[in-house]
Design a binder for this molecule. Structure first.
Ligand code: ATP
Ligand code: MG
Length: 457
């Protein structure tokens, strides 16, 4: 939790209670109290009388206490505010912050004052971002696509652990106020489109929720699926919604080429198509480890879609969290593990446990070491491959250098069509790299190659 987040939240509470934003002195007090300073220390530092700082603080705490319906004082200020910010279920109603089982609404008073503010958000399944490093260019791209180019369907893609979910959640945190409805849905445990549309309707139709009884809502949920879709797009048209679908790869078939929808989820493809084709003012972000046809944006001029393929960590500051030594070698470490946050975190722990934090000693081993967790992650990837892809990767692991498709063909029993389809699919899983002139050379990403070489098959 940063002091800026605390300031923004407290300012919001104070403003909705008093119609006034925090003044400079109140901001200074919050900043210093947040850092554990006493009234005396704050007074000395800013050249005020200690009693005056105490009085001003108490006035502000009184407003906050009334607003949230709990006693707020200097001793519990930070904890109380953090608790409210962290709770995905804080519900602002009747000038109080109450608790609501699942969702977060802002009160009507707030909505009326600032109609552009989010009046519904469900981020229950979104992770909380404590510290965010780099990806500035990626955030800029998302901003540009959503707010300047009005792209309706955006995909954020890359290997597991490369930072997709974190990036999108950061984007959402920074832009909460720009949408009327924000929803985060994860496909970790996918449900049928019909049920999902019910959810979307139930929660995105804020007026229905506020003005009518649940009964009426239930009646509307009994409509035919087509009617529900029409209703959903009416909401997308009327309100500026941002819907995030995380882990979209879970909708795809395992053991087939990448990005092929399982039969029971095929209609999601239809929904995503409609989202980019129909005229409305909402946006959908798909987060996936596998790229489907829809997520390819080569012909982006023809279609209102964009995709962002993440390259992983570039800001070495991330590694400062792990008490590693030999900073001059950190970049080598990052490159070795593809800039993958999860892999690097695991390896940092390993270097601490086994090499006393010495990165140079670890690198001197001259072997790409895989932890148990990294291996487990790569096993999952291997298990998703189609038989053709499996054949290709098992052959590719034998080569130290990138090879041409023709050379690969000569050493495999696959038809050229199968080979090309297989390579495309591996590409769409981010497991191979194409290099050289005309991208004719291909190789496995080193971590996966190492994993395959260690397999006893
Ligand atoms: N920009 C970032 N700044 C700080 N930490 C990050 C950043 N990106 C990722 N991380 C850290 O790396 C971990 C993995 O990132 P994340 O969950 O976003 O990856 P992912 O691509 O969504 O993976 P998966 O496909 O498995 O869901 C997170 O727990 C997060 O702590
Ligand atoms: Mg994720």
């Amino acid at each position: 939790m940063t002091v800026t987040e605390i300031l923004q939240f407290v300012d919001h509470l104070v403003f909705t209670k008093t119609d006034k934003h925090l003044d400079d002195l109140q901001k200074k007090i919050i900043k210093e109290v947040f850092q554990g300073k006493t009234y005396k220390e704050i007074a000395d530092f800013y050249d005020y009388d200690e009693g005056y700082i105490g009085d001003e603080s108490r006035k502000m705490f009184k407003v906050l206490s009334e607003k949230i319906g709990e006693d707020v004082n200097k001793n519990n200020f930070c904890w109380t505010i953090e608790r409210f910010i962290n709770s995905p279920v804080a519900y602002f109603g009747n000038n109080h912050v109450n608790y609501c089982p699942n969702h977060q609404f802002l009160n009507q008073e707030t909505i009326n004052k600032n109609p552009s503010k989010t009046n519904y958000s469900d981020l229950t399944l979104a992770p909380k971002i404590i510290k965010f490093y780099d990806n500035e260019t990626e955030l800029k791209k998302l901003n540009q696509w959503l707010f300047k180019q009005n792209i309706k369907l955006i995909s954020v893609l890359g290997l597991s652990g490369i930072g997709k979910t974190t990036l999108v959640k950061r984007f959402v945190d920074l832009n909460l106020e720009k949408f009327e409805v924000i929803m985060w849905k994860s496909f970790k445990f996918p449900k049928s489109l019909d049920l999902l549309v019910n959810d979307l309707l139930k929660i995105s139709n804020v007026e229905t929720f506020h003005e009518t009884s649940l009964q009426k809502n239930e009646v509307s949920l009994q409509k035919s699926f087509d009617d529900k879709l029409i209703q959903l797009f009416a909401i997308f048209k009327e309100k500026r919604c941002l819907i995030i679908f995380d882990d979209v790869q879970e909708l795809f078939i395992k053991g087939n080429f990448a990005g092929k929808y399982q039969d029971q989820y095929k209609n999601y493809q239809t929904l995503f198509n409609l989202i980019k084709e129909i005229d409305h003012q909402s946006h959908v972000i798909l987060i996936s480890e596998e790229k489907s046809n829809m997520m390819v944006s080569l012909d982006e001029k023809l279609r209102s879609v964009k995709s962002l393929e993440l390259e992983g960590l570039t800001n070495l500051e991330f590694l400062t969290n792990f008490q590693l030594q030999d900073q001059e070698n950190w970049l080598n470490l990052v490159n070795l593990y593809e800039g993958n946050y999860n892999y690097l975190r695991d390896i940092a722990y390993l270097i601490n446990d086994v090499f006393g934090g010495k990165v140079t000693d670890f690198l001197a081993e001259n072997e790409l070491i895989l932890t148990v967790d990294i291996k487990a992650n790569l096993t999952e990837l291997l298990n998703k491959l189609s038989p053709i892809e499996r054949e290709i990767v098992l052959k590719l692991r034998e080569y130290d250098q990138p090879i041409t498709k023709q050379e690969l063909k000569q050493n495999l029993k696959l038809s050229f069509t199968d080979l090309i389809n297989g390579l495309q699919s591996l590409n769409r899983r981010f497991l191979i790299k194409n290099q050289g002139e005309n991208k004719n050379l291909c190789s496995l990403i080193p971590v996966f190659k190492q994993y395959l070489r260690n397999l006893g098959i």
